[in-house]
Structure formats: C-alpha cells, structure tokens
Design a protein. Sequence first.
Length: 257
Amino acid sequence: MAHRVYISASTQHANIGVGQYGTEQDRMQFLADRVKYWLETQKGQFTVFRNEPGWSLSKTVEHSNNLACELFLDNHSNAGKVEKVAGDGGAEGTVVFYYGQGGKDSNSYRLASSVYNQIAPLSPGKDRGVRPDTSLYSTGLYVVQRTKAPAALMEHFFHTNYDEVEFYLKNVDDFAKAEAKGICDYFDIQWTEASISSGGITVLVNGINIVDRMDVKPYFVDGRVVVPIRFVAEALGCNVGWDNATKTVTLTRKEDK
C-alpha cells in the first residue's frame, strides 16, 4: 500500500526575497509541487497531498489530519539579516525543526534528519543543523505540534542572502529531488532513478540559447522534451500569468494588453 505523505509549503506571500526571488509563498509552493512530482516517479510508493496558497496553518493541519497522513513536511525559506549587496555577510544555511517534546528517539527527529542529510549538502551556506522546534519558540511550531503524523519544518536557505537565492533559483529541481530522496530514506525505500535526462538540450528562440535563464532546466521524459513555458513565452515577448488555484497558465502578447 502506498505511503500517505503530506507536502506543505509556505503561504507567506508578504515575505519577499532579494534579487529575483519574489515571494516565499510562490517559490515554496512551486518547490513542493516538484517534490510531489519526484515522489510520484517512485511508482506506487506514495500518495502525495498538498496544501494551497492562502491556506491558514490550522486549515493545512486539519487537512493533513483528516487524510490520515503518515508524514508531514513543511517547506520554507528563511529570513535573517538582509544583504544590501551580494556577499556582505547575510544569514545563511539550511535548518530543519522536529517535534521537540519527542526528543531524538522520535519519528519526527528521524524525518527531519533524513531530509536534512539530503538537502543540507546542496545549499552553499554554512548549514544550521536539525533542531527541536522548542528551540525556536518555547511552545514549538504550530504545524509540528498539531499534526498527528510525524512532522518537520524545513528552512531550505535564506531568501535574504543573494548567493543562496541565486544558487537555489538555478537548482530548484535538485532541492526537490533531494527532499523526495530524504522521504524515501525515512521509509527505508530504495530510490529508483526515473528515466529523465536534461543533458545536451539546447533551446533556441530567434537564434538565442535561453537555457541559462531557466531555473528549471528542460529534460527528456519518455522520449519527449519538457520545457518550462515561462521562459520561452517571455523570450517571444509574452506576459505569463499563473493561477495556482486553478492550475492555469495564461499567455498574453504584450501588444494586446
């Protein structure tokens, strides 16, 4: 029987990162969707559930609890000292919080450690470890404390750090895949590499290679090339809109606006 997994993501739309980051909500919701994708490449091993942008913490926790999930993982980017320019000493690194009252013998700690061990080596900053949620707040973190399933909250990197933001935007799918691998480690499931390759693909728009602009690179799936539509559309002079609630992409020619 497939494991029931809940992949939550930040709904903090007012948290704006440096550089090209945009909002924490948008970036983490996209990441969580990619984690779901990678877990689903492990044929039949997982049934994955998600929260939606704008949901309250209580609604997300209630949703997970009603679904009787076996694991709850919440995705965030962190905020600290804001760099005015790249390299001026902003806060950095990955940290994962587990259910403090359960201690290091708990499934929450084992989950936090499993995903941390996969993701921390990716982030360029000095990592911050696996910590009890009660070390951050004396009452702990709401989603970690209130979910029935073993839960952890991950701060992947600091969206106030230029170097970490730039690295993340170029390697989003590596973060998502690493998180999925960490979940497999938690369940003692051997990771099976999907038949996907990104090697050697060039995307030309009016003779210009735009692959370096893409935060998610094109790749092959079952003989087809999958290309992020936003970058192609923008290179052709279109505005791109995304409605997460309806999962709808809208392309509009700029001269039509």
